[in-house]
Design a protein around this ligand. Structure first.
Ligand code: MN
Length: 207
């Protein structure tokens, strides 16, 4: 991937997720927060060993290294947000279908049990962070991470994520993170994106 990194286009219009997430929230979240992570990362990697490397390679090389935390935080947040936008879709939510539905039943018992575990991870992440549905060695799991930490740095294959930093919901829901999380799960989760990620993980595992 060529540097400098560019802010990828949103996969939907800024007002497409309303009323679950307002155009105002998306405008700040994408146009200010996400853009700043990308711009800051470009400044931090210029002239370093990381110049010319992919975002994923930078994340893996800097994860857990305290002297590289600035680069890690901005690289991971640049990646996490692009993954997050793709995890959402205007007419999303509801139960997964097909192979993914079978995997969810096998891992969690039912879609409703998955939903409550995912919501619980998103609501109980203390402070800023992320809730993830991931594939790990053939099975599905829900995990949560703090601040910029992400699933790829942990060697997991992310399928979907929810951003639970306050900037993701405060303009629309103020302190009511549980209401925001429930609405995102019920109305916005992009199961087609999750299925693509699962498919990719399986083709890599079989290669
Ligand atoms: Mn965010």
């Amino acid at each position: 991937m060529a540097q400098p990194f560019k802010l990828p286009p949103l996969p939907f219009a800024e007002d497409a997720l309303a009323p679950v997430i307002s155009a105002q929230t998306i405008g700040f979240h994408y146009g200010k927060h996400h853009k700043t992570y990308v711009d800051t990362l470009n400044k931090l990697v210029a002239g370093t060993q990381f110049e010319g490397q992919s975002l994923e390679a930078i994340i893996k090389a800097t994860a857990g290294k305290t002297d590289k935390s600035g680069i890690f935080n901005n690289a991971a947040q640049a990646w996490n947000h692009t993954f997050y936008w793709n995890s959402l879709t205007p007419k999303g939510g509801g139960a997964a279908r097909g192979k993914l539905a079978q995997k969810i039943d096998a891992a969690f018992g039912s879609y409703d049990k998955f939903k409550s575990e995912f919501a619980d991870a998103a609501v109980t992440q203390f402070g800023s962070g992320w809730a993830w549905l991931v594939a790990d060695a053939g099975t599905l799991k829900v995990v949560k991470t703090g601040n910029a930490e992400d699933a790829i740095a942990k060697g997991l294959t992310p399928l979907l994520t929810i951003d639970v930093w306050e900037h993701a919901y405060y303009l629309d829901y103020q302190n009511r993170r549980p209401d925001h999380v429930k609405a995102v799960i019920d109305k916005l989760l992009n199961w087609d994106f999750a299925a693509e990620n699962l498919e990719k993980a399986q083709s890599v595992a079989m290669a």
